[in-house]
Design a protein around this ligand. Structure first.
Ligand SMILES: Nc1ncnc2c1ncn2[C@@H]1O[C@H](COP(=O)(O)OP(=O)(O)OP(=O)(O)O)[C@@H](O)[C@H]1O
Ligand SMILES: [Mg+2]
Length: 162
């Protein structure tokens, strides 16, 4: 379920819906997670941010709306979320066949994070992934609980500058 705890760190940045934004968000997330004291999670966070940003770009973007990547960390959990302007289209993991070229991104997210889900926020949505940082050192194997959660709240994304 979504993280509900006092935050120690938080970062939020809006990106134009372009391929290079995926790289920028991935690198920023990995760097911040290391700086916040969780370098062991930086690799997994980088992959998850990359998948969520790619999905937002390919499946949830509008040319004149920004995509937001937010990373936050409390004493118990680390969370990344990527918001896009298509609240009417929801992510849905599908079983990928051996020969399928696509359809594995969310499976990766589910395998690397402890939880993931989507929050519909008015016309927008945020897809998030969380890690329980309190048990990182004792349980380095993630993905024990990868069930999908859906929460509806109200928010919005700014319009992209032309
Ligand atoms: N942000 C999103 N907005 C709307 N639909 C999404 C979003 N993310 C995922 N989806 C839907 O969920 C499906 C599964 O996503 P997933 O990332 O697993 O596969 P993919 O993006 O199709 O392929 P791959 O990630 O392997 O390149 C997508 O095909 C898409 O229909
Ligand atoms: Mg994908």
């Amino acid at each position: 379920m979504p993280m509900n705890q006092p935050l120690l760190h938080e970062d939020s940045l809006d990106y134009t819906p372009l391929a290079h934004s995926v790289t920028l968000a991935r690198r920023r997330a990995a760097r911040l997670v290391g700086e916040w004291g969780h370098p062991d999670l930086a690799g997994d966070v980088a992959v998850v941010v990359s998948e969520l940003m790619s999905n937002a770009l390919l499946h949830g973007s509008l040319h004149d709306r920004l995509i937001r990547a937010r990373i936050s960390c409390g004493a118990a959990a680390l969370r990344v979320e990527v918001s896009d302007p298509r609240g009417d289209r929801l992510p849905w993991p599908r079983p990928a066949q051996a020969a399928d070229q696509f359809g594995r991104g969310l499976l990766l997210v589910a395998g690397l994070a402890d939880r993931w889900g989507v929050e519909v926020r008015g016309v927008c949505k945020a897809v998030y992934a969380e890690w329980d940082v309190s048990r990182v050192t004792s349980e380095p194997c993630h993905g024990q609980d990868s069930s999908l959660h859906l929460v509806v709240v109200n928010s919005g994304l700014r319009k992209a500058k032309p």
